[in-house]
Design a protein around this ligand. Structure first.
Ligand code: AMP
Length: 367
């Protein structure tokens, strides 16, 4: 009998929870590290460490107790991870995290890897902001370069009157981007072990207030756009030499595909794969971590994933109690429920966007 392996996970949020579930199905043990004593993944992981992400001794303990380590949290301090990856099996390494932790570096890296991006300029004070605006024109979007997520640290600028809204952020590194009047957003979840690269079926993402609301699969797109996303993502991953999982978000404008951002971890837009595909993003990440061959995913049926934020938790719980065929309710078990906090998601398998809107969207506050 082969010995059971332990996967260490830096982060114990919902992504950690779903990595743990799939790791267990593949016969592995798990240990998670998170600062919150009630982190969702702790309820299912075999072991856990409560510690902050910059606690080097705790991170080292996680590595020592694991055969292989992954991360679901993106802002692990680089100096700590670089030191640890020399001595432990942090299989994806620090490089993809480093490339994604700063929006400017991320976009420069995307371009170097063959992808197109919206036009952008670096800004960090009022002078560079004004120069940037003169260059890009209105409307444009200001974003902090680091630590932004789900629309945090972003300002949409329509005219000079909005320049003042950026003031609170100036003094820290920022980026100004052209505002892309996209037709839709799409994302690719890619997993590579160096020999084989798999891409999950592409979803169309609908955001609300900067947060993913719906993911609709398959995304209705032209073969040219499909090819640019699938082949562009694979080539990018290959050129960068990344291994493991990478999610890339794109804007699609006509036949043009523009890189928005990436994350070297499972992605919210890939949650639909758990029931909508023959294999899922968490499982394939675990297969990579456990040195098992990757499986090519196939979509089982048209699928819609609805993100459940605080205001819709009750509606999701009701759906779970009612029990509907092909409706899969995931509640993450977070102790504090807040509006705009991701509390769960619901996957509707075997329905189109139109059917979802006709039959289910009324059930939610954020239909
Ligand atoms: P981000 O954190 O960069 O993914 O931004 C959150 C959301 O804001 C995106 O998913 C888009 O819906 C919107 N957004 C961000 N950047 C731009 C842009 N340059 N043009 C248009 N919309 C944007």
């Amino acid at each position: 009998m082969t010995e059971m392996k332990t996967i260490g996970i830096i982060g114990g949020g919902q992504l950690g929870l779903m990595i743990v579930e799939q790791a267990h199905l593949l016969g592995a043990r798990t240990i998670c590290l998170d600062p919150a004593p009630d982190a969702p993944a702790f309820k299912v992981s075999d072991d856990h460490i409560v510690a902050s992400f910059d606690d080097s001794a705790a991170l080292e303990m996680l590595c020592r107790r694991s055969d292989v380590v992954t991360y679901e949290f993106e802002n692990v301090p680089g100096d700590l991870l670089i030191a640890l990856e020399k001595r432990y099996n942090i299989k994806q390494g620090f490089r993809p995290l480093f490339d994604s932790q700063d929006r400017l570096r991320e976009k420069e890296n995307a371009r170097a890897g063959g992808l197109h991006t919206p036009r952008y300029v670096a800004v960090d004070d009022m002078d560079s902001l004004r120069t940037g605006v003169a260059d890009l024109g209105y409307p444009c979007v200001y974003k902090t370069r680091t630590l932004g997520y789900d629309g945090h640290g972003q300002v949409l600028l329509h005219g000079d009157i909005d320049l003042g809204k950026v003031k609170p952020y100036l003094g820290q590194p920022g980026i100004l981007e052209e505002f892309v009047c996209f037709d839709y957003e799409a994302s690719a979840v890619v997993v590579s072990d160096g020999d084989r690269t798999i891409v999950f079926p592409i979803g169309r993402n609908i955001h609300r207030d900067g947060i993913l609301d719906l993911c609709i699969v398959p995304a209705a797109m032209s073969p040219t756009v499909q090819e640019q996303i699938v082949e562009g993502s694979k080539t990018f991953m290959d050129r960068c030499g990344y291994r493991g999982i990478l999610a890339i978000e794109y804007f699609v404008r006509g036949e043009e595909v523009l890189f928005n951002e990436m994350a070297p971890r499972p992605h919210n837009s890939g949650h639909y794969t758990i029931e909508g595909c023959t294999t899922n993003q968490f499982r394939e990440l675990c297969r990579y971590l456990l040195d098992e061959p990757l499986e090519e995913p196939r979509l089982l049926a048209p699928t819609v994933m609805k993100n459940i934020l605080g205001e819709d938790l009750e509606a999701a719980e009701r759906l779970a109690v009612e029990g509907h065929p092909n409706v899969y309710v995931h509640i993450y078990g977070k102790s504090e429920c807040r509006p705009k906090r991701k509390m769960g998601h619901v996957t509707f398998v075997g329905i189109t966007e139109e059917e979802y809107r006709a039959r289910w969207s009324d059930r939610f506050v954020r239909g």
